[in-house]
Design a protein around this ligand. Structure first.
Ligand code: NAP
Length: 292
């Protein structure tokens, strides 16, 4: 079994991005600028946004963090999105999800200028990705594809099972894995209504688990030599940690690791690659790579 080291892979890619930014600046170009909007004080969101700001520094980007309290109105948030859309210094921005219940997430996503939508959540980017046109691709699936490529893992013609069908992970992941001249895999998507998940998983060459159910994928669901990508990051109580919790993946790591050919750890697998992909998207936004 080989451990897929997302932390090291992401560090190497961020170093490449930093080099490119240096070249851009040396040639008199503009420093890429990512803005992040954070609503409330959810522990997970605070951590993600903090890590995004750190990654911007590592890549040589300018970053701006805009904070609102939980009671921000939808109207105020839409005005903020409008300001960021119009700010010519901001190349790309994200509104950290989830948002409080009184705010319609889709409405906020739809209001973001798709040319600055570095999370790749706007329907224009989602649609372009589905038909294989250049666009901002959702960071987690893009990070997973980058990891698989980095480790030379063949996907063409393989049977891939994606567990989960969310708009930000499961669906785009399945699209990319089936995409012609991209994943080229035969893809099965499983969700809470799927029957006989064990059988589906057991037949898979590649399992990508994104359901948020700790230790869901057990050794008896995995065939020998399969490739396992664990997207799950559920906080579970852990009295031995200062924070009082640890992150747990969707895969029962110890027993599954014995059977598979490659596996991503949690943490240190998909998570760092997600942030790294956001940096890639921001660089592309700065270079106006997909949209003028
Ligand atoms: P989500 O929106 O909650 O979607 C979960 C999906 O899993 C849904 O499609 C759901 O099915 C399915 N599901 C839930 N329980 C199931 C079960 N027992 N059997 C089969 N399918 C089941 O979650 P998400 O945003 O995609 O995130 C999934 C996990 O990845 C979470 O742990 C999240 O924290 C993590 N995540 C990690 C990163 C990272 O960078 N590492 C990034 C994003 C997300 P239905 O559609 O039928 O409800």
């Amino acid at each position: 079994m080989q451990l897929i080291d997302g932390k090291a892979t992401a560090a190497a890619i961020k170093a490449e991005i930093a080099e490119e930014v240096k070249e851009i600046l040396a040639a008199g170009g503009k420093q890429p600028h990512l803005a992040a909007v954070l609503v409330g004080h959810d522990g997970g969101s605070e951590t993600y946004v903090k890590n995004k700001v750190i990654a911007c520094e590592q890549c040589g980007f300018k970053s701006t963090l805009i904070r609102y309290e939980d009671d921000v109105t939808e109207e105020e948030l839409l005005l903020c999105v409008d300001r960021l859309n119009k700010d010519s210094d901001v190349d790309g921005f994200i509104v950290q999800l989830p948002l409080p219940k009184h705010i319609d997430e889709q409405k906020i996503i739809m209001a973001i200028d798709y040319r600055k939508d570095v999370d790749g959540f706007h329907p224009i980017n989602v649609g372009r990705m589905a038909i294989g046109l250049p666009c901002f691709i959702s960071a987690t699936p893009l990070g997973i594809i980058t990891l698989l490529k980095h480790y030379g893992i063949e996907t063409s013609g393989k049977k891939c099972v994606v567990l989960g069908r969310s708009n930000i992970v499961g669906k785009p992941m399945a699209q990319l894995m089936m995409q012609k001249n991209f994943g080229d895999a035969t893809v099965t998507v499983c969700h809470s209504h799927s029957k006989d998940l064990k059988k589906e998983c057991f037949e898979a060459d590649i399992i990508i688990a994104a359901i948020g159910r700790p230790n869901f994928v057990t050794a008896d669901m995995v065939k020998d030599g399969a490739v396992i990508v664990d997207v799950g990051t559920t906080r579970v109580p852990d009295a031995t940690r200062k924070s009082g919790f640890r992150l747990n993946g969707d895969v029962k790591f110890d027993e599954v690791a014995q059977k598979c050919s490659f596996i991503t750890p949690v943490p240190g697998g998909v998570g760092p690659m997600t942030i790294c992909s956001l940096m890639k998207n921001t660089l592309a936004a700065g270079k106006k790579e997909y949209y003028k």
